[in-house]
Design a protein around this ligand. Structure first.
Ligand code: SF4
Length: 288
């Protein structure tokens, strides 16, 4: 175990398991760079440091720049280590986006993992650019009216060597992607769906179930883009057949943040998921 139990995460929070699964693959020669986020609180609590690897706590917008400099310094000293930015959706898609895009464009030799809990959770569940349409947050009390920023696609458009999506309910798929990313030179990006019991308003026992249903309904497709080649992975490969995808209501009904959605709004979400799968099918067939 590389990430210790008994830390300050809320009951049911997937972050410790997600970090443990990452570190199981990247090993002790890993440096984490963590911008302000729930992980900052989990790592910085007075119960002690739960990580066995060094951690650099960074300002919100600076992690990719700090990780780039750190990797260059390690190279200059002849030291081999995997430098990982571990950031939430706000630090990735909003406040940190400029330095993320810069590091991607420079093809810095770092692994960037966004654990996406779809809002600013540790400051009080405010909406982020990655909060999905229709979701309640404290700053969208009637449900968010805008759509989720398509971050994996945006990073893939930078032409970086590796981009992938993952879910903690499919740990082997997630770890296989970390393993692959670890050995690729250049900028690697993994976007990990990370359910949050208080922020998504569900019972803390349901975290893995929700992460699983997100994939089964097609709301969260698992894929990778390696050197420009797109590929659906794990169970998502079978979900090109629409009949095999569960209706999105199976996902929405588990979470209090979607409890005020109208039938029309649920229909809009289903329609957008179906349209996304038409795009995914084109991407998949373009490489066959
Ligand atoms: S607020 Fe959510 S993401 Fe943050 S520690 Fe608690 S469960 Fe985890």
């Amino acid at each position: 175990m590389m990430f210790m139990r008994g830390n300050a995460a809320c009951p049911g929070c997937p972050i410790p398991r997600e970090l443990d699964a990452l570190l199981e693959v990247t090993g002790e020669k890993t440096v984490l760079v963590v911008p302000a986020s729930c992980t900052t609180v989990i790592l910085g609590d007075n119960r002690g440091m739960p990580s066995k690897v060094p951690v650099v706590h960074s300002a919100f917008a600076a992690s990719p720049a700090i990780a780039s400099g750190l990797k260059a310094a390690l190279n200059a000293r002849g030291e081999k280590a995997t430098v990982v930015v571990w950031a939430g959706d706000g630090g990735t898609g909003d406040i940190g986006f400029a330095s993320l895009s810069g590091a991607a464009e420079r093809n810095e030799d770092i692994l960037y993992v966004c654990y996406d809990n779809e809002a600013y959770m540790n400051t009080g569940i405010q909406r982020s650019g990655l909060t999905p349409f229709g979701a309640w947050t404290t700053t969208t009390p009637l449900g968010k009216k805008e759509r989720k920023k398509p971050l994996p696609q945006l990073i893939a458009e930078h032409g970086v060597p590796y981009v992938a999506t993952a879910s903690i309910a499919y740990v082997f798929d997630y770890q296989a992607k970390v393993r692959k990313a670890k050995d690729i030179l250049g900028f690697r990006y993994i976007h990990l769906l990370s359910p949050c019991p208080p922020g998504w308003r569900y019972d803390s026992s349901l975290t893995v179930e929700i992460a699983k249903v997100a994939v089964e309904t097609g709301i969260w497709p698992l894929y990778e883009v390696e050197k420009g080649k797109f590929r659906l992975t794990s169970i998502s490969k079978t979900l090109l057949d629409k009949k095999k995808r569960k209706p999105v209501t199976e996902y929405l009904k588990l979470q209090g943040r979607f409890s005020e959605l109208t039938e029309e709004e649920k229909g809009t979400i289903q329609q957008e998921v179906d349209e996304m799968w038409e795009w995914l099918a084109k991407m998949e067939s373009s490489n066959s």
